[in-house]
Design a protein around this ligand. Structure first.
Ligand SMILES: C[S@@+](CC[C@H](N)C(=O)[O-])C[C@H]1O[C@@H](n2cnc3c(N)ncnc32)[C@H](O)[C@@H]1O
Length: 839
């Protein structure tokens, strides 16, 4: 785009004789009117102007006016304003005439404006003004706006006023302004009346236009209309009517810009502003703009003083959903704002224990050694024949819980009791179910992170590696699953012989159906050490029909940072394999497992086990004991022999006592009762002796049953034999009960009298348990029974075939039995005596 200079020459105009007479050609005023550069904005202004011309909207017509203001102001210069008006006047005069002619040609206001534009261009270019007819023809080019249509009115044909020192535009505006003058008292009556009519019409047009303009959003338009409608002076000041000469050039050279006074700022409409902003992405604004501070996204700490110990006044509940909501697993569960300040008073009053987070109070020392030969797997993997064997022997165990939503699957849940995990298949409860430990563990593991996983390996000072908690665990909450390779016993033995023969630690645990979990390649649970006072327990559960083992928190729960432990409870089988226990508990047994051949310690251990077995919870422990013991047993026994470990029977001393008591009680109460009842009692008594076998106590047996050797010996082999024999005894003892012979009867009577001493009475021997064993074959019970029989029905008693014991002794002398036994025997004797007397 080139800058064009329009030269306004006043020399060669024939219609300006005065000017030529006054001024020489040298004096010719030549003004370099720098035209506006055709910037995109300007070009748009042109375009929009054209468009506006094409538009039929009155608003646009009004806006067009403002566009033209721009154009006019851009085309003027200050120098032009300073030019003596006289010089221009001749030309202006001709223009004036032209204007008048135009006015006469009854053109509308818009056509007049068009004509002005044409004149202006002709002035600039120095060309002759077109004829009015030509202009009239040009009018065809002017779009018919409402204004132009409504302006087709006769124009005043008043004589040309004398030329004044006004610009062409001012002159034109004067013509227009005259139209605006509604009430001009100076007007002649005729012209006034005409003008009034005309003016009034035009005025209405202008008013209409101004109304439209008032509605327009342009600030400039509003201002102008507001002023223009008031009086003529104001109208003359309107920007649209300002002489172009006064309008500053839009673009100037830097020098000109510096010298020239600050051009009056153009009023800019909002739309223009947005355009400008789009065009010029003002860099200084960006510089000034203060840098917005970048806030780091808030990160919630997942562990702290009270991690996993959300405050609650309610007692701990079994329901998993409630517990999990209470304990929370991090920031996600914190849906409410923290408690208000005064809520702390409750804490002060009630107090609450806490522990420092594990990584603060007990951080792992730097350079913590890591277990080398640990291949990790978090799933059970069947190896070799294990899978097929397991499938073949698989029992389809089905269990459906009957819990309802109110209770959830709490500790009374049938599935829970049987160590069956609830799922959608066997439990109709959804999230309310509290018996989905393994599924909870799965979610935790999936979430990841130290807190969710909850455990980590540590190196202990004297027990190799161990495991500690990274968080607190609720009582009975699942902690970690014990996983590894599931192998058959055969495979286990092979490994023990070939692979692990030099190992110090074995990670073998009895699992299910004679399968073994070998956690040499397994989960972190394999590092959990033994303790005689453990805080966890190992449990076997059936999950979706498959057995799985996991470590659960004990009844006291687990605090953050504690080392996890459970009772291995194994039987070493051999003294060689006994390991020293370094658990440090007050009640430490001293070895890993029960002390062998320790009379004081052993029953104690047995007592603990049986005590635990009495309650459902301890039933779990009993189960643990089995699994844990098997694990240890495997690891220990296979060191010495490759033979499969033998199952050790747990002895139940409690049952012995109760069995004896039962018998005695029945025997005592049997006084005066029928024979049938007695015989039943006898049979029961015989039966009841079977549990006592486990106590390694030889209990008296009824002769008919004596065919069956119901003796219990301390050695395991004999116990097994007895086990085989025992089932037959009760049936036989009842059905083959014979009546005592006459001789026996005699002896019993004599015994009852206490007169006849028993011949060749041998001294009772003490057995290993310390109980004196009588050399008799017939027990006290049998004798008592026989005595009772004879007392009740002597005839029958006589015919009874109760075999007399080869070696008998007075019941009173049988010191080895308990006092209750003695009493019972005495009672029996008394009964017999009484019966005899009455007879
Ligand atoms: C299954 S591993 C336990 C992890 C083992 N500490 C490690 O470093 O891999 C069992 C072995 O740990 C040791 N152990 C576990 N508990 C123990 C305790 N209370 N006292 C002494 N040694 C123990 C014994 O050597 C035992 O054979």
């Amino acid at each position: 785009m080139s800058r064009r200079t329009s030269r306004l020459s006043t020399t060669a105009t024939p219609a300006l004789p005065d000017v030529s007479s006054h001024e020489t050609p040298e004096d010719t005023m030549s003004l370099d009117v720098p035209e506006q550069l055709l910037t995109p904005e300007n070009s748009r202004s042109e375009t929009s102007s054209n468009n506006e011309n094409a538009s039929t909207d009155e608003k646009l017509a009004g806006r067009r006016r403002s566009t033209r203001v721009v154009r006019a102001s851009l085309q003027a210069t200050e120098s032009l304003a300073n030019t003596p008006v006289k010089n221009v006047e001749p030309k202006t005069a001709s223009s004036q005439a032209y204007v008048d002619s135009l006015a006469k040609s009854k053109r509308s206001r818009s056509s007049l404006r068009h004509s002005i534009a044409v004149m202006e261009s002709s002035l600039r270019n120095g060309t002759a003004l077109p004829d009015v007819d030509t202009l009239a023809n040009d009018q065809s080019m002017v779009p018919e706006t409402p204004i132009s249509n409504s302006s087709q009115e006769p124009v005043s044909d008043e004589p040309n006023p004398p030329l004044s020192q006004r610009t062409l535009r001012q002159r034109v505006e004067k013509v227009l302004g005259k139209d605006d003058e509604k009430e001009t008292p100076k007007a002649t009556p005729k012209s006034a009346s005409r003008g009034y009519m005309r003016r009034s019409t035009r005025l209405s047009l202008i008013e209409k236009a101004s109304d439209f303009l008032e509605r327009s959003s342009s600030v400039l338009g509003k201002r102008q209309r507001g002023q223009g409608s008031d009086n003529k002076k104001e109208v003359s000041r309107r920007a649209s009517l300002r002489p172009r000469t006064l309008a500053p050039p839009k673009e100037e050279t830097p020098a000109t810009a510096a010298e020239a006074p600050q051009p009056k700022k153009r009023r800019v409409s909002e739309s223009d502003l947005t355009k400008l902003q789009k065009k010029e992405p003002s860099p200084p604004q960006e510089e000034i703009k203060p840098a917005t501070p970048k806030y780091k996204p808030k990160r919630w700490v997942t562990h702290g003083l009270y991690t996993g110990q959300e405050p609650s006044d309610s007692p701990p509940k079994q329901r998993q959903s409630k517990n999990s909501a209470k304990t929370g697993t991090g920031p996600l569960n914190r849906r409410i704002l923290p408690m208000p300040m005064f809520a702390g008073s409750r804490l002060v009053k009630n107090g609450r224990d806490y522990r420092l987070p594990f990584d603060i109070f007990s951080p792992l020392p730097p350079g913590q050694p890591k277990p080398d030969e640990w291949r990790k797997t978090n799933k059970n993997v069947f190896v070799g024949d294990a899978a097929s064997e397991w499938r073949a022997n698989k029992n389809l165990e089905l269990s459906t819980c009957m819990c309802d939503e109110d209770t959830g699957c709490d500790e009374n849940c049938q599935n829970r009791y049987m160590f069956y995990e609830c799922d959608s298949g066997n439990c109709r409860l959804g999230p309310e179910c509290g018996n989905r430990n393994f599924s909870e563990l799965k979610h935790r593991t999936k979430a990841g992170g130290k807190y969710n996983i909850g455990v980590e390996v540590i190196k202990t000072s004297d027990r190799g590696y161990g495991v500690r908690s990274n968080r607190s665990f609720e009582p009975n909450q699942i902690i970690v699953e014990y996983t590894g390779e599931i192998i058959t016993q055969f495979e286990c033995e092979r490994r023990m012989r070939a692979v692990y023969k030099n190992n110090e630690c074995y990670y073998l645990m009895y699992f299910d159906q004679n399968m073994i979990i070998d956690a040499t390649r397994g989960s972190i649970a394999r590092f959990v050490n033994h303790s005689c006072e453990p805080n966890c327990r190992m449990e076997k559960w059936t999950v979706a029909g498959k057995p799985r083992m996991a470590l659960f928190a004990g009844d006291r729960g687990v605090m953050t940072g504690q080392e996890l432990s459970y009772d291995y409870n194994f039987d070493p089988y051999s003294n060689k394999n006994v390991q020293e226990c370094r658990c440090g508990a007050d009640n430490c047994r001293g070895i890993l497992g029960p002390r062998p051949k320790d009379k004081d310690q052993r029953p104690k251990v047995v007592d603990e086990k049986t005590k635990n077995a009495a309650t459902p919870k301890s039933a779990k422990n009993a189960k643990n004991a089995k699994t844990a013991g098997t694990k240890r047993k495997l690891s220990e026994t296979t060191e010495t022999s490759s033979a499969p470990p033998k199952k050790r029977k747990l002895l139940k001393p409690k049952s012995i006592k109760s069995g004896i008591k039962k018998v005695i009680k029945k025997a005592t109460t049997a006084r005066g009762k029928t024979t049938t009842k007695k015989s039943v009692t006898a049979s029961k008594a015989t039966k009841s002796t079977s549990p006592a076998k486990k106590k390694s106590v030889k209990l008296p047996t009824v002769k008919p049953a004596s065919r069956v050797k119901a003796t219990v010996k301390t050695s395991q082999k004999k116990t097994e034999k007895t086990e085989k024999a025992t089932p037959k005894s009760p049936a036989k003892s009842t059905s083959q009960l014979k009546r005592p012979s006459a001789a026996t009867k005699k002896k019993i009577l004599a015994l009852a009298d206490g007169s006849t001493p028993q011949p060749a009475e041998a001294k009772p021997k003490k057995d290993k348990t310390g109980i004196k064993r009588g050399p008799y074959k017939k027990t006290l019970l049998k004798r008592a029974l026989a005595a009772q029989n004879s007392a009740k029905s002597p005839a029958k008693a006589n015919s009874a075939t109760v075999k007399s014991p080869t070696k008998t002794k007075s019941p009173a002398k049988s010191k080895g039995l308990g006092s209750s036994m003695k009493k019972a025997a005495k009672n029996v004797v008394r009964t017999v005596k009484g019966a005899k007397r009455s007879a």
